[in-house]
Design a protein around this ligand. Structure first.
Ligand SMILES: [Zn+2]
Length: 104
């Protein structure tokens, strides 16, 4: 059997890799709005000193529809592989879910 692309498991790694950084797709806990955010290499990442990750992000987003605050904290290895992540105010969705709901 052949598979074009391995299905992404966002429970393990919700970060989509791009040339300049990572992309995440979120769904607001309060109003259900879907949104996407870019996390840029060299701008959004800071060096981590927690002993388990090399880089970290600590971001605060606001839902454009209901102004719900969404916070994201995550630690990464040098290869941008997530070690841990914590999201409050929204949940991760897949790119497919995002484009489906954005279109509708
Ligand atoms: Zn919202």
């Amino acid at each position: 059997m052949f598979f074009k692309k391995k299905k992404k498991d966002i429970n393990k790694d919700p970060f989509y890799r791009e040339k300049d950084g990572l992309v995440i797709y979120l769904k607001c806990d309060r109003c259900g709005q879907v949104m996407s955010f870019r996390i840029l290499k060299g701008r959004d990442f800071v060096v981590a000193y927690d002993g388990r990750s090399a880089l970290m992000i600590d971001k605060l987003y606001v839902c454009p529809k209901c102004y719900n605050q969404i916070s994201l904290k995550a630690g990464f290895k040098g290869s941008y592989k997530p070690v841990y992540f914590e999201l409050n105010g929204a949940r991760f969705i897949t790119e497919e879910e995002y484009s489906e709901q954005k279109g509708g």
